[in-house]
Design a protein around this ligand. Structure first.
Ligand code: GLA
Length: 373
């Protein structure tokens, strides 16, 4: 069964936009394998918008652009699979894709068959140019039905940006993950807006259908298609920590052929990924500090009885993070303390009774795995 845990992979859009090609995909596949990203869990390699010709062929099928993909999609898919990766593609529920290419409206079943024939394992399904006369949920239900009956297991990645109150119905369309916000940009304000907009909505994300807070911008540093400003390494750590704690799919969006050491360290932080990939898939709940509402504490209940605990400073100045254990249900009278392991420093941070307090730089975070002792 697909998406038992939040899907992980790489997507071409954030950095490359329309500038995609077989060459890029082949080298990215090589790099996913050689860099250790695949071993860390990143298994889907997804080609986003702008891969097709503007016209379908005479049998009504989508055709890959022969300049970008001279050997067709089956060849690309075979190469991706030969590296032990899974292959993802993109289409849209409206009359055209967001980039102006042919979409799957009224072609859902033939397109699902085409994708299955190419060996596609993942379909991102966008929402631009949606016709007025058909409710959005029907369009996703149609494609969900078409994929399930395509003869291949294809993970359905819905992308309607949280419109039409999709939290309430998207799971029943067959979607395995669903975009709940507008497009991310490579800057702090965008990361902050997305994260805050999905707080207190943890009930909507669970195994087999996860809340997708959009692709990661970690490592873009202001270069590429959605690179509007760039972030510091510290901000990328906070971004990655939030996406892990909130059970978002982890789809890398930077150019992994040129990752620096900081970016590798962030994307391959196995202790943080373990929070995100916990089999029970319980997304974090929020505690707000009464004395500083801009410091958010996230608590993620883990299947082994431990907790992920994250302190996030959304403010523009240094701040204190302080957790009273009583606020997560742990009373002093229980006799228990919390033993904290720092998941960025990869070391034990001590045993605490009743509360824990730390200092946080602007836009920074601390994330712990806490065990009752
Ligand atoms: C929309 C989606 C993006 C990307 C582009 C492609 O904006 O939200 O993630 O797929 O379309 O055109």
């Amino acid at each position: 069964m697909l998406a038992q845990r939040p899907p992980m992979g790489w997507n071409s859009w954030n950095t490359f936009g329309w500038q995609i090609s077989e060459d890029l995909i082949v080298h990215t596949a090589d790099q996913m394998k050689e860099s250790g990203l695949l071993d860390a869990g990143y298994e889907y390699l997804v080609i986003d918008d702008c891969w097709a010709l503007k016209q379908r062929n005479e049998s009504g099928r989508l055709v890959p652009d022969p300049i970008k993909f001279p050997n067709g999609m089956k060849a690309v898919s075979d190469y991706v699979h030969s590296k032990g990766l899974k292959f993802g593609m993109y289409s849209c529920a409206g009359t055209m894709t967001c980039g102006g290419y042919p979409s799957s409206l009224e072609h859902e079943f033939i397109d699902a068959k085409t994708f299955a024939g190419w060996g596609v394992d993942f379909l991102k399904y966008d929402y631009c140019y949606k016709p007025q006369n058909i409710p959005g949920h029907i369009l996703y239900k149609r494609m969900g039905m078409a994929l399930k009956n395509s003869g291949r297991d294809i993970l359905f990645s819905a992308c309607n940006w949280g419109s039409d109150e999709c939290d309430k119905w998207i799971r029943s369309s067959g979607a395995h993950m669903y975009r709940s916000t507008g497009d991310i940009q490579d800057n702090w304000q965008s990361i902050k807006n997305i994260a805050l907009s999905r707080m207190d909505k943890e009930c909507y994300s669970a195994p087999y259908c996860y809340d997708d807070m959009d692709m990661l911008v970690v490592g873009m540093y202001g270069k590429g298609n959605v690179a509007l400003g760039g972030c510091s390494t510290e901000e990328y750590k906070t971004h990655f920590s939030l996406w892990c704690m909130m059970d978002s799919p982890l789809m890398i969006g930077c150019d992994i052929r040129n990752m620096n050491e900081d970016v590798r360290t962030i994307l391959m932080n196995k202790e943080l990924i373990a929070l995100n990939q916990d089999p029970e898939g319980r997304a974090s709940y929020r505690l707000t500090q009464w004395n500083n509402p801009e410091v958010t504490i996230l608590i993620k209940p883990m299947s082994d009885g431990s907790f992920g605990i994250g302190f996030f400073n959304f403010s523009d100045s240094d701040a204190e993070g302080s957790l009273q254990f009583w606020d997560m249900g742990l009373e002093t009278s229980s006799g228990y303390s919390l033993s904290l392991r720092d998941l960025w420093e990869h070391e034990e941070a001590g045993v605490y009774k009743e509360n824990y307090t730390c200092r946080l730089k602007a836009h920074a975070c601390k994330v712990f795995r806490a065990k009752l002792v």
